[in-house]
Structures are given as structure tokens and as C-alpha cells.
Write a protein that binds this ligand. Structure first.
Ligand SMILES: [Zn+2]
Length: 469
């Protein structure tokens, strides 16, 4: 369990990107943090005397500091099974992996989540959701929650579920599916035990039956009703991911995604949906009119050849768009800043260099994500906001030569920038000088590799591309 430092002062910050409309971007800045909230932001030279006396001071020249990135779609356990089914579409990829996931234990999921969170934090993320939907053996959402608490990330775990097995016409094997009543009971338990809707909350529970091809319609209806009972409990679901997904819905339910969410009670502002590559114009308008969010996952969509989500059109229609790295088995990494870059590049791939700017992409990755999670206390470095921020060194190979616009360089030059130099979450220093302050990362990697080998040994061998001798 991570406690907040009593107070922290960042001085001589090379460049501070506040994302606050009044404060803007400040050179040679200072930020004062009291416990878990920001209390003062401005030019270092103008720091009020009462704040200058703070004991814990960090000097950050040659750094660019931004509000922490917000990840709104992930399946963290999947980082145990990366680079599998390398040339499959969504359904083929899933059916290759399901049999291996049946062997996961609670301890495996804990290690998988912790490594995924470490990867997110090192790549600039300070708040994340996780959509966990496989519960074989002794696995519980509590395993993901424990990982989040131990590493100190701001966390929105969502209780996923699959109830529509192969025998009922769904995609997953029956052995990975649960009974709806048991799922609902566990959702109730998790909300009662963990959900915290207070300002600066470190943990809020969400409800997330998986997808049209893996859950019964009735479970969707009941979770929508359940979410309305507790403020801050939000709804998350995969929707309109690719053409197979649309075809399945048309055949099984006789309707497109927009109609499907209306008839299940999910056409509400508490809902945010992953992917949405195949939304049509009418559905985008429906999302905008009802305050529904989208978690755009560009790397996963490219990897599985799912399609290009019409992000430019969504933004122009008024749909809130946030980002998700998606599960680490279809990305196959959980690098949050890289996802910001992919978002910008993928919108341009259609032929328009003005389709999305670096700043718009960064805004989506931070503020769009905060809105998806229903939060107005993160996403800016400004007084009254949660003390969540990250820094990269600018005296590095990747930044060299980007002098005129270091903010854009964060997005254009991501692969060469390396991991963050500093990560502060809820006022606590989690990463300093590029290293976790209180976690043995090498030990975690060793544990994770061992578990991964065990799980991957259950996957049916793929045709070797280039056998390693
Ligand atoms: Zn997903």
C-alpha cells in the first residue's frame, strides 16, 4: 500500500505542459503538491515564499512534464501471452488464446497485472482501467486490485464476464464462461468492498461484460441497471471492433451496434466502448447525443487488421475519444505514449496530414481518457487537481534536434525518447531517475517470465516463421 508524501515541490521545470486553458505551457516552472493534490503552479521565479519552504524539493531542468496519460482499455493478464497468433483476425486470435488462459491462477494474474502496470507507468500512464474477463481456477478481480494497490497506480478495474459459450452460439469455450447470476453477485461484492467515488479516488469499480459474441443479452441489461444504483460505477464493453463482430451481431441479434446498445440499456453517458472501428455516421451521432465515450486502440486495430476507427469524424461529431493500449496480446505492448503517436499517424494514413495534430492526440490520451472514466480531478496540472504527472528528460538522443517544439516531439519522436524519468501518482513519487522508487522491477520481470512460459506452453504450436535453433 502506497501512502502519499506530505508535500513535494518541483522547481526549475524545463517545460511544464499543464493542459489548463489559463496556465498553458510554462518554461522554467514550479509545481507545489500538498499530499495528493496540486496547490500551486506557475513560473519558478514567481513561487510564493510560503511554498518555497517545502522540505522535499526536486529540481527538474532539462525535463518536459505533462499530466499523466490515462489508459481506458486494457486486458492486463494478456501480457503473459504476447506475440501469439501473429497473423490472425480477432476471432481466430481469440480461439488460439482461450485454451491457454484456462490455466491462469490468481497468483499468475497478479504478476501479469503488475508487469502491465509497470509498463504503463514507465510509458507515462498514471491512471488506467483494466477489463478483466477470465476467471478460471481461483482468479478474482481482487488479484488485479492488489497489483494496482501495491504498485500505486490510479486504477479503474472493471469486472468482465463471458457467459455465452460455444454451446450457446458464442465464441469462447464453455469452460471459460460463468453463470450470469454468479457474475452479478460478484459485481455487487466488488462494488461494496472496493468502490470509492470520492474526489482523488485511487480505485473505482466498473462493470464490463466482454462483447456481443461472448455474453448473453440479459447480463448486459442487468449490469446496466446495477450501474445506475451506485454513483461512479461505469459501464465498459467491446463494440463494433471489426467486420466479423458486425456480421455476428446482425446474424445473432438482427441489428447493428447502435441499436444493440439501445435495447440493452447501454445507451447512457456512463458507458464507454472499446474500438468502435465500424461505427457508422448515425451511430457516431448517437454516441455524441448521449455522451457515450470511445476507447480508441490503434495498435491493436492495426495488429488484428480490424480497421481504422474514424477518430477525426468522431471528434467532429462531438464524441468523446480516449485511448487504450488494449490487451498486451494484441498490441503487443502496453506503451501508452506510443498509442498517442499511433493515433496521430493512423488518422493521417488515409491521405490527410492535417487529420490529427500532435496536440490533439495528446489531449485525447489525457483528457479524453479522464472523461471516459468520468473524472474531473485528473488530466491537468493545475491547483485543485490530483497530483499525477510524468516527466521525460529532454537532453537525450530522441529529443535532440526538436528544439522548436518539444511538446510535439513527445508525440512525433516517441520511440526514441525512452521511458519516463519521473512519475508522480497521487502525490507519491513512483519513478525517479527512470527507476521504480520502491519496487524490484528485475524481480518482477523474472517472476513474470516464469509464469508466461508456463501459460504459453499450453498454446497449440504455431507454424514456425523462423525457428530459433
Ligand atoms: Zn479489448
Amino acid at each position: 500500500m502506497v501512502e502519499s508524501d506530505p508535500s513535494l515541490l518541483l522547481r526549475n521545470v524545463g517545460l511544464l505542459v499543464t493542459l489548463n486553458s489559463d496556465l498553458g505551457t510554462i518554461r522554467d516552472a514550479a509545481v507545489c503538491i500538498e499530499n495528493n493534490r496540486i496547490c500551486w503552479v506557475g513560473r519558478d521565479a514567481e513561487l510564493p515564499e510560503k511554498y518555497a519552504a517545502v522540505g522535499n524539493v526536486k529540481s527538474l531542468p532539462d525535463r518536459i512534464v505533462i499530466p499523466g496519460l490515462v489508459n481506458t482499455h486494457h486486458h492486463m493478464f494478456q501480457c503473459l501471452t504476447r506475440c501469439v497468433a501473429q497473423e490472425s483476425l480477432l476471432f481466430g486470435w481469440l480461439t488460439t488464446l482461450y485454451p491457454a488462459w484456462e490455466f491462469l491462477t490468481g497468483a499468475d494474474v497478479y504478476v501479469g497485472c503488475k508487469l502491465a502496470m509497470a509498463e504503463l507507468i514507465l510509458s507515462g500512464c498514471t491512471t488506467t482501467s483494466d477489463h478483466h474477463y477470465v476467471f478460471p481456477n481461483d482468479v478474482q478481480l481482487d488479484d488485479c486490485i492488489k497489483a494496482g494497490r501495491d504498485i500505486g497506480i490510479r486504477f479503474h478495474p472493471t469486472r468482465g464476464a463471458m457467459t455465452l459459450g460455444k454451446s450457446k452460439g458464442g465464441l469462447p469455450p464453455d469452460t471459460l464462461c460463468e453463470e450470469s447470476e454468479a457474475v452479478l453477485k460478484d459485481m455487487d461484492r466488488l462494488i461494496a468492498e472496493y468502490h470509492d467515488n470520492s474526489r482523488f479516488s485511487m480505485l473505482r469499480i466498473g462493470l464490463s461484460p466482454v462483447s456481443p459474441f461472448s455474453v448473453e443479452e440479459d447480463l448486459l441489461k442487468k449490469t446496466a441497471v446495477m450501474a445506475q444504483k451506485t454513483p461512479g460505477v461505469r459501464l465498459h464493453f467491446h463494440l463494433a471492433e471489426n467486420q466479423e463482430d458486425i456480421d455476428y451481431s446482425l446474424e445473432k441479434y438482427g441489428c447493428r451496434p447502435g441499436e444493440f446498445i439501445k435495447r440493452t440499456g447501454w445507451n447512457v453517458p456512463e458507458a464507454w466502448f472499446a474500438h468502435c472501428c465500424m461505427l457508422d455516421n448515425q451511430e457516431m451521432q448517437q454516441f455524441a447525443d448521449n455522451g457515450i465515450g470511445v476507447a480508441h486502440c490503434p495498435s491493436s486495430n492495426m495488429r488484428l487488421a480490424s480497421g481504422i476507427a474514424p477518430v477525426r469524424k468522431m471528434l467532429d461529431t462531438g464524441v468523446n475519444v480516449g485511448l487504450g493500449v488494449d490487451g498486451s496480446a494484441s498490441n503487443d505492448c502496453g506503451h501508452m505514449l506510443a498509442e498517442v503517436r499511433q493515433t496521430m499517424l493512423l488518422q493521417r494514413a488515409g491521405g490527410n496530414p492535417k487529420a490529427l495534430s500532435a496536440r490533439e492526440a495528446l489531449d485525447i490520451g489525457i483528457k479524453g481518457g479522464a472523461r471516459n472514466l468520468g473524472r474531473d480531478d485528473i488530466g491537468e496540472i493545475a491547483p485543485g487537481f490530483a497530483a499525477d504527472m510524468v516527466a521525460w528528460r529532454t537532453d537525450t538522443v530522441g529529443f535532440s534536434g526538436t528544439g522548436p517544439d518539444p511538446v510535439a516531439a513527445l508525440v512525433f519522436c516517441t520511440p526514441s525518447l525512452g521511458f519516463v524519468d519521473l512519475s508522480i501518482i497521487n502525490g507519491k513519487v513512483i519513478v525517479e531517475d527512470g527507476k521504480f522508487a520502491s519496487m524490484d522491477l528485475q524481480g518482477l520481470i523474472a517472476d513474470h517470465s516464469r509464469v508466461s512460459q508456463k501459460i504459453c506452453s499450453r498454446i497449440k504450436p504455431q507454424a514456425p516463421h523462423d525457428p530459433i535453433k
